[in-house]
Design a protein around this ligand. Structure first.
Ligand code: PMP
Length: 431
C-alpha cells in the first residue's frame, strides 16, 4: 500500500510538490506528536504542518468542536454569512489579541490560506493609503501567490523595497545583535527620509516577528520597537505577519507582545484554524477604506475551521500554553546548544519558544559567522531523523537550517525523546 501510494502520487503530482518529496511517508493515523504511516511506522512530528498544529494532531478538543458543528445540523457552507460558529470564533480571537489592538480592530476573513491573507493585507493598505510600494525584508516568507511572493523576494508585481532583517548570526552589517539591528533601522530611516530613494512613501512595511521559512530568525524586541517608531512617525502602516508565529508558538500568544508593539495590521492563519484552513487579517479600523464588496470570495466562512480554531485558541489561552512554549523552548534551546558543543558543524542554535532553528555549516572551510552553509549535511540530518522516526524540515536561504516546530502540548518526556533522536541523527549524518 505504502509504496504504491508513494509511486502513484510521485508520477502524477507536479514537480513543484515540496513536503511530499522530502518526507516519503504515507500518514494514515495521528494523535498529538505522533503520526503513523501506512507501513506501520510511527514518527514524532516536529514539523506540525509547518507550524500549524499548536495542539498537535487530532487533539480531543478540536475533534469535539468539529463533531459538535456536524451534529448540530448547521450548514457547512454559508459563504461569509453571520453564524453562531463565526460569532464564537471572532469573540475568542478578540479575547486573545493585545487589548489596545482589539479595542479598535476590524476583521476580514480571507481564507483559505496564509498567502490569501497576505494578499488582502497588501490590498487593504494600498486602498487605505493610495500608495503602492511595500517595504519587506531579506529572507522574508509571506506566501506563494503573486503579491505575497513579491514580498518574499520574487519579481516585482508589487514594487518591493527590501531592507535588511536583523540577525546576530550572519549579520549583513557584520556586527550582529542589537548593534546590527540599530544599523538596519538607521538605514531604513535614511531611505525613507530621502525623497530621491523612491521609497519615501510606501503603502506599508510588512515583517515577521520571527522569520520562519527564512531560517528561524527572531528579530530583537528593540528593533521591533524601532520599526514601529519609524513607521508611525511617517504614517506608514505596519503589517505583522503572524501566520507562523501566532497562537503561543514563540512563547507569547502573539509574537508582537514580546516587544509590546501594536501593529496596524495582523495577518493570521495556520494555528488559528486548529488544523483546518482559515486565514484572516485584523486591522486598525482607520484603515478600513474598503467599499462593500471590495474583498470577496467563496471560501471565507469555513465553519469547521472556525469551530476547530476557536477551540484551539481557547485551549491555548486557558492552559497557558504560550508560557509552556517559552519555558520548554528555552530548555530545548539549552539542550541543542549543549549538543552543538560536540558538533562543530552546528553554526548556530536560535529560536523563540517552540520555534527553533539549528543552522548547519561546513566548519572546515571557515569559522564563526563566515562558515559556509551545509545544505547537503542538513538534508542528510533530515533523512537520518526520518530513519529514527523524527519528522523535521529545513529552512533558510540555503536550506541548511533544521527547523523544529513541535506542538505546544509537547511533554517533557517527548522533548527529551525528540532531542535524543535528533542527537543520534546528527551523529549518523556526520559519519
Ligand atoms: N506567512 C508566513 C510567515 C508563513 O510562514 C507562511 C507559510 N509558511 C505564509 C505566510 C503562507 O501561508 P500559506 O502557506 O498558508 O499560504
Amino acid at each position: 500500500v505504502h509504496e504504491g501510494i508513494l509511486r502513484r502520487q510521485s508520477l502524477r503530482e507536479s514537480s513543484a510538490r515540496t513536503y511530499a518529496r522530502s518526507l516519503p511517508i504515507v500518514p494514515v493515523r495521528a494523535r498529538g506528536l505522533t503520526i503513523e504511516g501506512a507501513d506501520g511506522r510511527r514518527y514524532l512530528d516536529c514539523l506540525s504542518g509547518a507550524g500549524t498544529l499548536a495542539l498537535g494532531h487530532n487533539h480531543p478538543v478540536v475533534l469535539e468542536a468539529i463533531k459538535k458543528v456536524i451534529d448540530s445540523g448547521a450548514p457547512l457552507h454559508v459563504l461569509d454569512l453571520a453564524t453562531p460558529v463565526k460569532d464564537a470564533f471572532i469573540t475568542e480571537l478578540y479575547a486573545t489579541l493585545p487589548e489596545e489592538f482589539a479595542r479598535d480592530a476590524r476583521i476580514q476573513f480571507c481564507g483559505p490560506a496564509g498567502t490569501d491573507a497576505v494578499e488582502a493585507a497588501i490590498k487593504l493598505v494600498r486602498t487605505a493609503t493610495g500608495r503602492s510600494g511595500l517595504l519587506a525584508f531579506t529572507g522574508a516568507y509571506h506566501g506563494m501567490t503573486a503579491g505575497a511572493l513579491d514580498a518574499s523576494g520574487g519579481a516585482a508585481e508589487v514594487r518591493v523595497t527590501r531592507l535588511p532583517f536583523p540577525r546576530s548570526y550572519r549579520c549583513p552589517f557584520g556586527v550582529g545583535g542589537e548593534r546590527g539591528a540599530e544599523l538596519g533601522a538607521r538605514w531604513t530611516e535614511s531611505l525613507l527620509d530621502d525623497p530621491k530613494s523612491g521609497v519615501a512613501a510606501p503603502a506599508a512595511m510588512m515583517l515577521e516577528p520571527v522569520q520562519g521559512e527564512g531560517g528561524v530568525i527572531p528579530a530583537p524586541d528593540s528593533w521591533m520597537r524601532r520599526m514601529r517608531e519609524i513607521t508611525a512617525a511617517r504614517s506608514i502602516p505596519l503589517i505583522a505577519d503572524e501566520v507562523q508565529t501566532g497562537v503561543g508558538r514563540t512563547g507569547a500568544f502573539w509574537a508582537v507582545e514580546h516587544s509590546g508593539i501594536v501593529p496596524d495590521v495582523m495577518v493570521l492563519s495556520k494555528a488559528i484554524g486548529g488544523s483546518l484552513p482559515l486565514a484572516v487579517i485584523v486591522y486598525r479600523s482607520g484603515l478600513d477604506a474598503w467599499q462593500p464588496g471590495a474583498h470577496a470570495g467563496t471560501f471565507r466562512g469555513n465553519q469547521l475551521a472556525m469551530a476547530a480554531g476557536a477551540a484551539t485558541l481557547a485551549f491555548v489561552r486557558e492552559n497557558r500554553l504560550a508560557e509552556r512554549a517559552r519555558t520548554l523552548g528555552a530548555r530545548m534551546l539549552a539542550g541543542l546548544r549543549a549538543l552543538a558543543r560536540a558538533h562543530p558543524c552546528v553554526g548556530d542554535v536560535r529560536g523563540r519558544g517552540l520555534m527553533i532553528g539549528v543552522e548547519l555549516v561546513a566548519p572546515d572551510a571557515a569559522t564563526g559567522d563566515t562558515a559556509p552553509p551545509a545544505p547537503e549535511l542538513a538534508a542528510a540530518v533530515r533523512q537520518e531523523c526520518l530513519n529514527r522516526g523524527l519528522i523535521i524540515e529545513l529552512g533558510g536561504r540555503h536550506s541548511a537550517v533544521v527547523r523544529l516546530l513541535p506542538p505546544l502540548t509537547l511533554t517533557d518526556e517527548q522533548a527529551v525523546a525528540v532531542l535524543d533522536r535528533f542527537a543520534d541523527a546528527m551523529a549518523a549524518a556526520e559519519r
